[in-house]
Write a protein that binds this ligand. Sequence first.
Ligand SMILES: [Zn+2]
Length: 221
Amino acid sequence: MAGCWQAEKRAVLDASREIAAKGLVVGAAGNVSVRLGGQGDELLAITPSRKSYHELAVDDIQVINFDADSIEGDQVPSVESMMHIAAYRRRPDVRAVVHTHSVYASVLAVAGLELPPIIDEMVMSIGGGVEVTEYAFPSSEELAENVSEALGERNAVLLANHGVVGVGADLREAITVCELVERAAQVYVLARAMGRVRLLPDDVVATEKELFKMMHLAESC
Ligand SMILES: [Zn+2]
């Protein structure tokens, strides 16, 4: 019998296939979720653990609450469920969380280098540079706490020796944030390899951060 939230589960499935098709993850790596209900609600639909995106069906998407208890579905929810929940708890405005292992973002995460504000689009969509968390074991409570802390008011964070988390008001925004982090990371790695990186001027970054806040405050009203 089809349960509730079919449209939301379908959207999570489509998003997970999209990040696989775009090469942001391989196999069953990474995970995708969406907040169910209104702003601040404590329920989410999330990809299951250990299933390749190519073999996922709508009913494999799990519905869980903020204690990670199963509400709907018979698969094991993503092992990173607590990380998603931590992002939703930290940011009531966030409605979607996408976690990928894209290559250039992972290069920075392995090097322990934060991604500074180098491209205008990045500041307006992410809210500034992207910090790298302290290292924590995948699926651990510590990783969830580190993500919540390093995310702050911005829309992305790099996980040390691991990958990226992007958040947004919907799945489209969270995927775009992950793609943008990957693109900016690629530009940054190549510019560093050339031996020269010029950051955006401080006053421009300050103005763009204000624009980011205005756009996101407007969206959450
Ligand atoms: Zn991961």
